[in-house]
Design a protein around this ligand. Structure first.
Ligand SMILES: CC(C)(COP(=O)(O)OP(=O)(O)OC[C@H]1O[C@@H](n2cnc3c(N)ncnc32)[C@H](O)[C@@H]1OP(=O)(O)O)[C@@H](O)C(=O)NCCC(=O)NCCS
Length: 201
């Protein structure tokens, strides 16, 4: 059975992760300008069911609630994606809805600036974060909800070893007010072990 994690002792500080090309670091209130610019981009608004922040004050509230307090309360992690040697943020990814009292499940979210798409950057970040989830957070299942039309996102999840479990009809409203189907993808610990085995062959 999954232990009840003592999350503060297990993660006394935000865990920085490194991959071949990337450094994944903590996002703080000092990143407010980035937050506003990044989450106002049309590709972010379209890909996720979340409108652009209406004002600086709203953005500040969102950044605190969804990113900074997420880790402060140990309810999840949102890493900022940077290229090695360049501290500017180009995206973010992480876990939210981390189950309590057991730590067996969490949802993932991710977003990358368009100029960096098509280079495997998010896949690289996702692999590090997925390993972290199964190894350090003691997850046994990771979920991701994706608009049916977000084929870049579904392609990436499938390549990483997530499985499509179902279509959730009329579940979401897009930023322009259109009702859309959602899909649920999940990766279990067994899927993760299988995907890791394949990548080592
Ligand atoms: C979802 C999102 C992160 C995917 O970005 P991405 O760059 O396509 O994803 P990856 O990092 O997996 O890159 C894969 C692409 O890089 C290519 N690639 C190049 N070098 C690569 C490498 N070393 N490793 C893996 N893929 C590589 C792949 O062929 C693939 O290209 P293709 O899709 O044209 O075939 C991005 O579209 C995004 O941020 N969208 C807006 C926000 C959003 O929708 N978030 C998800 C909400 S559910």
């Amino acid at each position: 059975m999954n232990p009840v994690l003592d999350r503060v002792n297990e993660f006394p500080v935000f865990p920085v992760l490194e991959t071949d090309r990337l450094v994944l670091r903590e996002i703080t209130m000092d990143d407010l300008d980035w937050y506003i610019e990044h989450f106002s981009r049309p590709e972010m608004v379209e890909g996720q069911d979340f409108p652009a922040p209406e004002s600086r004050e709203v953005a500040e509230e969102e950044l605190r609630k969804y990113i900074v307090d997420l880790f402060r309360n140990r309810d999840g992690f949102r890493w900022g994606v940077t290229l090695k040697g360049d501290p500017r943020l180009i995206g973010s990814l992480g876990y939210y809805k981390w189950a309590r009292p057991w730590s067996h499940m969490a949802e993932m979210g991710y977003d990358l600036q368009k100029e960096h798409w098509g280079r495997g950057m998010m896949s690289e970040a996702m692999r590090a974060v997925i390993d972290f989830g199964f190894e350090r957070m003691k997850l046994t299942r990771i979920e991701a909800f994706v608009f049916l039309f977000n084929t870049r996102s579904t392609r990436m999840l499938e390549r990483l070893g997530f499985r499509r479990e179902g279509i959730l009809r009329s579940r979401v409203m897009t930023s322009d007010g259109v009702i859309s189907d959602d899909t649920i993808y999940a990766m279990t610990r067994d899927d993760w072990l299988a995907a890791r085995g394949r990548s080592k062959q």
